[in-house]
Design a protein around this ligand. Structure first.
Ligand code: ZN
Length: 442
């Protein structure tokens, strides 16, 4: 019989997840003060900004004083490329990672041996939070290399005592063979890539539901609850959302638990705040805004109040799993994902939620923006199930207008919906490309 989540054994490494809040805050304050002192002493950019604002490390006396500190933005990492934000000499840096920017140079992040230990601890607790442990066989399909996903998940899963298959991304047919032959119980990858695996498995005559696979540890891109329902329905696994970003450590900043109701932040290492993205001021607890994170344990590259661009809220309520770590709502959108069409702000995730609520669609879609005669046009292309696709034209037309109506209701703008055959939208082996904006190409 499947155990309810409260009956899961607590991994000893997860003890901090259950710390009484007062103890957690004491720990956070001590670590915050040490981090700010380190950043001020060793990183020119932080010293300059704090001097300009007239704030010194000694001014941080309570956790609330964090709002006196300057923000850090992605552009700061670009401007100081490659090593300008390091607080440790290179002799102490044992690992570098980099994330490819959309333009120009990548951003570089650094780890001391101790930082790697913290990261491993956070990823171990992530895996434990998704119900994994010794005896699990984990197929790690996150990319190994400069991207933090692969090695982050790898070290966490090994520290957990699970059996790790470091297969990395790509080579889908081999992934399916390994999953089947090695009796894999959990997979780590982007939700988009898992959908791709499901499709390919079906083509190869492999029914994922009949394999021992029971858990998906999915992250590195925003995805909606409707997408989760589709994935779980099609595969019979539990699909957990995890959160992280290279600038802070990589994966392992936060994770869902058995309740699948918000992500616990490992706040003994990563201190969360929510701010109004326009004014930069903190919002009230429970209100939506931009997630800002300060690292509390990092040595090589401390981050003060890093603006993630991810839109979420801190949840007030305690969690049924018993963890005392605060939770954030699932991140379905990023402030830089947003596009404006005819004056209306739109996030791809809103389209996703509206689309997938309608029967007959597949979780593969793309939004194409064009400009015709000075007017913006938005077309949503969505794949339909083979049953709908082979049906009479009437059924297609009905579905099309139903979808257009659903999106129209959600967004308040008129969009064109184009139904396309299964498998016709290009698949991604990493993050999905949901938006194609051709407005400035015409
Ligand atoms: Zn929980």
């Amino acid at each position: 019989m499947t155990k309810t989540c409260q009956e899961w054994e607590i991994n000893p490494a997860s003890a901090t997840d259950y710390l009484p809040p007062v103890q957690m805050q004491t720990l956070q304050l001590a670590r915050l003060r040490a981090t700010v002192t380190r950043a001020y002493d060793y990183v020119g950019l932080y010293r300059r900004r704090m001097d300009e604002m007239g704030v010194s490390p000694e001014d941080i006396r309570t956790l609330a004083d964090i709002t006196r500190l300057p923000f850090t933005m992605k552009v700061d990492l670009r401007d100081t490329y490659p090593f300008g934000l390091f607080a440790s000499p290179l002799q102490e840096v044992v690992r570098l990672h980099a994330s490819s920017g959309t333009t120009g140079k990548p951003i570089v992040v650094a780890y001391t041996q101790e930082d790697l230990g913290v990261w491993t601890d956070a990823m171990l607790r992530t895996m434990a939070s998704c119900g994994l442990g010794r005896g699990d066989i984990i197929q790690n399909a996150y990319g190994y290399g400069l991207f933090t996903g692969g090695l982050g998940a790898h070290y966490g899963a090994e520290a957990l005592g699970a059996t790790v298959i470091p297969i990395s991304g790509g080579n889908t047919d081999r992934q399916i063979m390994v999953m089947k032959d090695f009796k894999v119980t959990a997979i780590c990858c982007t939700p988009t890539y898992f959908l791709h695996l499901l499709d390919r498995a079906a083509d190869m005559g492999v029914d994922i539901r009949e394999l021992p696979l029971r858990v998906g540890v999915f992250g590195a891109e925003p995805w909606s609850d409707s997408m989760r329902r589709r994935i779980e329905g099609a595969s019979g696994i539990k699909a957990y959302d995890i959160y992280g970003l290279s600038e802070i450590t990589g994966p392992g900043v936060g994770s869902e638990c058995c309740c699948q109701a918000g992500l616990h932040i490992f706040e003994d290492h990563f201190y969360p705040e929510i701010i109004d993205p326009t004014t930069g001021t903190p919002v009230a607890d429970g209100e939506e805004g931009e997630l800002v994170i300060t690292t509390l344990s990092k040595k090589a590259m401390p981050m003060l109040r890093y603006r993630t661009r991810d839109i979420t809220s801190l949840m007030r309520e305690g969690c049924a799993c018993g963890r005392t770590l605060r939770r954030i709502k699932r991140i379905c959108r990023r402030s830089d994902d947003m596009f404006i069409i005819r004056g209306v702000n739109v996030f791809p995730s809103q389209v996703e939620t509206a689309l997938l609520a309608v029967e007959g669609t597949l979780p593969h879609y793309q939004i194409v923006l064009t400009r015709e005669g000075g007017l913006d046009r938005m077309e949503v292309q969505v794949e339909v199930t083979p049953a709908v696709s082979s049906d009479k034209v009437g059924a297609m037309e009905k579905l099309q207008s139903k979808l257009a109506q659903a999106i129209n209701q959600t967004l308040g703008v008129r969009v064109d919906v184009r139904l396309v055959a299964p498998q016709s939208i290009k698949r991604s082996e990493g993050k999905a490309q949901r938006l194609i904006d051709r407005r400035n190409m015409q």
